[in-house]
Design a protein around this ligand. Sequence first.
Ligand SMILES: C[S@@+](CC[C@H](N)C(=O)[O-])C[C@H]1O[C@@H](n2cnc3c(N)ncnc32)[C@H](O)[C@@H]1O
Length: 183
Amino acid sequence: MGIPRLRFPSQAPSRSTLKLEEAIHWFLPGEQQTRLLCNGMTAVDLGAAPGGWTWQLVQRGIRVTAVDNGPMDGRLMESGLVDHLRADGFSFHPRRPVDWLVCDMVEQPARIARLVAQWLERGDCRHAIFNLKLPMKKRYAEVLHCLELVSTPLNQAGRGYQLACKQLYHDREEVTVFISLDD
Ligand SMILES: C[S@@+](CC[C@H](N)C(=O)[O-])C[C@H]1O[C@@H](n2cnc3c(N)ncnc32)[C@H](O)[C@@H]1O
């Protein structure tokens, strides 16, 4: 029935880890996964604590800057691949561009979409997976609005990209979005 059978990894710091794992399987099938998520890549995780999404990236050998005022899982920090910054995800800028931005902050969806659009426009990341929380009534209209907020600046700049959005099995009142800039 298209429902992924993902087992909760006992070492992962939170059940949210399954959302990013499902997103990776769904949005990056087969060869795309090995090409776009490689050992040695860099990522920023906004709203990272306690670290379920960061854990997925670390499992793939990716170095992560985890931005959150909350505490990160101790065992995950022992991997040596995570820098934890207690900072506001909306004002944090990476010193150098990273390959990936992932974001699971609980915030107004349009605010998240604008934030991701700014990261892409500035060239701070090339790929992003982010979650839009949708507690409001007109959810479909809100999702369309958010996708426009991300795609319009890229269209105006003549940038090529792949964009996909889905309410995953592990999502609740939320959807997950994947965007990847063409080379
Ligand atoms: C749903 S939890 C993230 C769970 C995480 N993805 C995981 O897998 O463990 C949302 C997180 O966003 C953080 N958050 C909310 N607003 C934030 C902000 N403005 N800057 C940084 N973190 C924020 C919260 O502290 C919280 O830890």
